[in-house]
Design a protein around this ligand. Sequence first.
Ligand code: ADP
Length: 285
Amino acid sequence: MEATVAVRELSKRYGAKEVIGKLDLELGPGVTGLLGPNGAGKTTLLRCLATALTPNSGRIDILGLDPADSSQRTKLRRLIGYLPQNPGLYPHFTAASMVDYIAILKEITDRRARRSEVRRVLAEVDLADSARIKVRKLSGGMRQRLGIAQALIGDPDFLIMDEPTVGLDPEQRMRFRTLTSRLGENRTVLLSTHQTEDIAALCDRVIVFSGGTTMFDGTPRELADGAKGRVWSSDSRPAEAQIFWRTADGSYRVVGERPSDGTAVAPTVEDGYLQLLGAGARAGS
Ligand code: ADP
């Protein structure tokens, strides 16, 4: 893999609390999903890569540039698109002026070029007809799409998105997957999500992040396969299984030991993830 992003021994602390400890990571073109429980350090890692947060130690190389060097950092920021968890959108701006503002920060100085870029990114997220609506009047899903639109300004080579599908309805989520898959064909895309379906549907690679370190790094298929022989369907409520839940057809899906009436079922990415976290929790207990 040709690495476009390389992280070496990255550490980040908040006060005395170490959130990321000596992390090594390489990313290449394609869509990589970051999956992990709340508090795992995903946002912290994304913020470090977006140059919004300075690590305590370690080296980051993005597209051949070093964010620790101020002149390279400025250059780098024009090549990065970042959707933060709570994008700071200004309520009194219209959707178009909000994106235009980001385009100015990205130094797209030519007015005509900027106007057409604003139109392009709003169309990408299906907000072309809402360009003149004020941010405060947009629904949660529309604001989220506006956040995605501002990250697309300037066609960044490295796109970082923190929980991009939060607040999107199923149809919008489909559109997002199509858009992101296309972007990942020749750019580096890193996104965090809680949705294992997003990982299965659009990521080439998945990294499970927990406690500031990598617990798994591979394809979504490999993550799912980690639960092979550990996923069951059962008609009666399991007594001792590690992890189970009731499915739409009324049966129980069990990840762990076989319940007495359990029938083996093919694992999904969600099963693989739960199995991995369950195994980690058992190892740590
Ligand atoms: P995730 O995105 O995986 O939920 P975060 O990177 O947001 O994880 O947080 C990792 C840990 O760092 C959490 O325990 C969180 O409380 C803590 N944390 C995050 N931001 C700050 C901050 N600005 N100051 C202090 N602690 C923080």
